[in-house]
Design a protein around this ligand. Structure first.
Ligand code: XIL
Length: 470
């Protein structure tokens, strides 16, 4: 039914009108819950998008607005992908930096690029404990619940009709074996915050597929079991949920689980689509290529696995660039992982996965409990580690005088290097690294708290960060 357009496009450079028709066909086929298996006769796609489309799937990438002026980047994006996810531009801190003041300029650049080139857009993300603007970080209770619902409503309404799937709620479950919800200001507004967010999103954009998205849920484990129970409950009670996103950030400490396909399938059996939403696999050469092929084959083997998104284009675009986790190298050259992905998309014959044991979460350091500072500010740090790297979240608490600005210093052990930071301005990347406030989180009332984070290679520091207020 869509095959002739798809096949033509695989051989010739598409005009955007045809491309739009293709994506619309794939997306609407998916929307109707009738993923088409192109048996036997399908021709080989020559790009990720066309090869995936032949199998009734989309193939997407996370995109950063500020890279849309990079011709190599855009060249690969337009050639290979037919779906985009804004990497940061639709997050809460980006779209509502001050309460009630919405800014969509950067997200619009991505959406407009996608629409002009016939690509679908995955919206990411409406409600999340992380990358909240400081006004939201400091809210709680009914006021926060209302602010969250207003955010969901405003953003989903603004983009109504332009979003293929929304990650309505991101990362709401705890790592480890508890199967509990993650503690967060949103969770503390009441356990029903997730369903409230989904209902608000449905009301605002009835045409978008509404997804729950998380990491460390890629195989069967306590965390994915808890998400599974939630989805089952939502379906039983009529809470509007259409899809579950599996982030699929893999590395040697957290490889593709042996039961990846089985896990996707059990969620699909609940009556939701499944999507691979943030795929990246650290490594190189054949090992990395084989892991990508495993993931693609798993998706193709699950009828309701409707598409795959990789979390960036070139290795150098990645949020964990040092792990070279993507399909193109820093020059934009196709890696073995690219070829394996394309071949797997074109092969389409499901094979059993042959990968190492299930994901185990890295150890988590609990937050130090320290009394509020009397003057200046105090900083405390929590870290999530994996072999070869970690993400640190730092809480800055203003002292009795409040702050106009703040700087925290973290002394890294030798061998550790910061690769990325958010909600702060960084100077240095090794040794003693300083992080200062950005425009929206410098002014803190006495006792007020803000959070920022960074990602680094190596092992985390043993000591606490220092904090100086201005
Ligand atoms: C990451 C982005 O890639 C970085 O640029 C940013 O600094 C931090 O967030 N899970 C998610 C994504 O859902 O939003 C995260 O993206 C990666 C982990």
């Amino acid at each position: 039914m869509i095959s002739s357009a798809v096949r033509d496009r695989g051989r010739t450079r598409a005009r955007s009108g045809r491309r739009a028709a293709l994506v619309a066909a794939v997306v609407s086929t998916v929307a109707a819950g009738m993923v088409v298996a192109f048996a036997g006769t399908a021709s080989a796609g020559t790009t990720l998008a066309t090869a995936a489309a032949e199998k009734g799937r989309y193939f997407g990438a996370a995109v950063a607005a500020h890279k849309l002026s990079d011709t190599t980047y855009v060249g690969i994006l337009n050639r290979e992908f037919n779906s985009v996810t804004p990497e940061n531009e639709m997050k809460i801190d980006a779209t509502e930096p001050q309460q009630g003041q919405f800014t969509f300029a950067n997200a619009d650049r991505i959406v407009n690029h996608a629409r002009a080139n016939g690509m679908a857009v995955r919206g990411h993300t409406l409600a999340w404990h992380s990358q909240q603007p400081s006004w939201m970080q400091n809210m709680s209770g009914t006021a926060l619940r209302q602010a969250m619902l207003n955010h969901v409503t405003q953003v989903a309404t603004y983009y109504r009709g332009k979003i293929h799937s929304w990650d309505v709620v991101n990362e709401a479950f705890a790592d480890g074996n508890t199967g509990a919800r993650r503690d967060s200001n949103l969770q503390r507004t009441g356990n029903d915050w997730i369903e409230a967010a989904f209902r608000a999103a449905r009301a605002a954009d009835p045409g978008a597929k509404l997804c729950y998205n998380d990491y460390n849920t890629d195989g069967q484990n306590a965390k994915s079991n808890a998400v599974y129970a939630m989805v089952q409950d939502f379906k039983a009670r009529g809470v509007p949920i259409d899809c579950v996103g599996f982030q699929s950030h893999f590395n040697s400490a957290s490889p593709v689980p042996a039961d990846y396909q089985a896990n996707l399938q059990r969620f699909a059996n609940l009556g939701v689509d499944v999507q691979i939403t943030e795929l990246d696999i650290e490594g190189s050469g054949t090992a990395q290529a084989n892991s990508y092929a495993t993931v693609v084959k798993a998706c193709l083997a699950v009828a309701r696995c409707t598409g795959i998104t990789v979390w960036g284009i070139r290795d150098t675009d990645s949020w964990r660039a040092s792990g070279t986790p993507l399909l193109f190298d820093g020059n934009g050259t196709k890696k073995p992982a690219y070829t394996a992905t394309l071949d797997a998309l074109n092969g389409g014959t499901p094979v059993p996965t042959t990968t190492p044991p299930p994901t185990t979460p890295g150890p988590t350091t609990p937050p130090p409990t320290s009394p509020p500072p009397s003057g200046g500010c105090a900083a405390s740090m929590t870290v999530q580690t994996w072999t070869g790297g970690f993400v640190a979240t730092i809480r800055v608490t203003a002292g009795a005088a409040g702050t106009n600005g703040w700087t925290t210093s973290v002394t890294l052990p030798s061998g550790a290097t910061v690769v990325n930071a958010w909600n702060s301005q960084r100077s240095g990347d090794t040794g003693t690294v300083r992080f200062s406030n950005v425009a929206y989180n410098g002014q803190l009332a006495p006792g007020q708290v803000t959070e920022f984070g960074f990602q680094a290679t190596g092992v985390p520091p043993a000591g606490s960060p220092s904090c100086a207020a201005s």
